[in-house]
Write a protein that binds this ligand. Structure first.
Ligand code: SF4
Length: 310
């Protein structure tokens, strides 16, 4: 009952404020249910840029709301829970990347979108899990030396796909949610569900990825499941994806690869936080504010990504 009442108030507030709610696939189901758009980082950054709403309530983690602000600097972007961070984004600092750039001026810096706005200012181009392989290979074909930051697992996967010819260099960051998945956990799930297709996110380790039937971003996983004739799937990404998987495929069955697939910061946002963000009340929300130089430099890297991934 309470959920229905808050949902109703949120719908009213959205109209009054000319606001839209964007929610990442890893958000709590009730938050995804009130969103105007649900997506992965890449989809949501494109929607944030194209939409005409004057306020964006970004239900996700900090770097995602910053990305929306960079691409839509004239809109008000609000993150409902200011402490919702990302361990992967935290694994690289501006100072360390700046030092690398000074010592290695001939490198192209390719930055995963899971980085802070200030780190993006040092990147030549950004990528997401949907377009990383395409964009990295674009620069490889140009014969550029590449430093990919900060996800070591996606970089190792790209090197594997390219048969290490030549390899790209990479930072040693990772997403703990995907990095901690193991081959043993998968083997255990396979004994219970031997016919299930295994779908994995490229932020998982390479030894696990080598056992997948499909590897892709959250959006690509959803597309794969929709098109697949299979009826059972072992899912190797954050459990919030179940909301869309089950909604889109009511006759198919989904088993999480591990009970650890819950991102604590993604789950911080509750429905009441969305309402408070729209009202701009309380002390949990944050309106994202970035200086002009950060918006311009980080925007250059993000817009290059949008251009190269078309
Ligand atoms: S799932 Fe991983 S990459 Fe995504 S927000 Fe959580 S820690 Fe960051």
């Amino acid at each position: 009952m309470e959920i229905l009442e808050i949902t109703k108030r949120i719908q009213e507030l959205k109209k009054q404020k000319n606001a839209i709610i964007l929610a990442h696939y890893y958000q709590n189901p009730e938050v995804q249910a009130v969103a105007d758009y649900i997506g992965d980082s890449y989809q949501l950054s494109k929607i944030a840029k194209a939409n005409t709403a004057s306020v964006i309530i970004f239900c996700g983690v900090h770097f995602m709301a910053e990305t929306a602000k960079i691409l839509s600097p004239h809109k008000k972007v609000i993150l409902p829970v200011k402490n919702a961070g990302c361990s992967m984004a935290d694994s690289i600092s501006y100072e360390n990347l700046l030092k690398f750039k000074h010592e290695n001026p001939n490198y192209i810096i390719i930055g995963y979108v899971n980085t802070s706005a200030i780190v993006k200012t040092l990147c030549d181009v950004c990528v997401t899990s949907s377009n990383a392989i395409k964009i990295i290979n674009h620069y490889k074909k140009m014969g550029k030396k590449i430093m990919y930051v900060p996800d070591q697992n996606l970089a190792k996967y790209v090197n594997y796909l390219n048969q290490n010819n030549p390899t790209i260099d990479f930072w040693d960051g990772e997403c703990y949610i995907h990095h901690n998945l193991t081959v043993d956990e998968l083997a255990r799930q396979k004994t219970f569900h031997p016919n299930a297709k295994v779908i994995l996110h490229p932020e998982a380790r390479l030894d696990l990825l080598q056992k997948a039937d499909f590897i892709g971003s959250t959006k690509e996983m959803l597309d794969y499941v929709k098109k697949s004739d299979a009826t059972e799937f072992i899912v190797g990404t954050e459990e919030g994806i179940r909301y869309c998987l089950e909604k889109d495929n009511p006759t198919k069955k989904f088993y999480m690869l591990s009970p650890k697939l819950v991102c604590g910061t993604m789950k911080m946002t509750k429905l009441i936080d969305v309402e408070n963000a729209l009202l701009e009340q309380g002390n949990r929300y944050e309106e994202i504010k970035l200086d002009q130089e950060t918006i311009e430099l980080a925007g250059k890297a993000l817009n290059k990504m949008l251009e190269l991934s078309e």
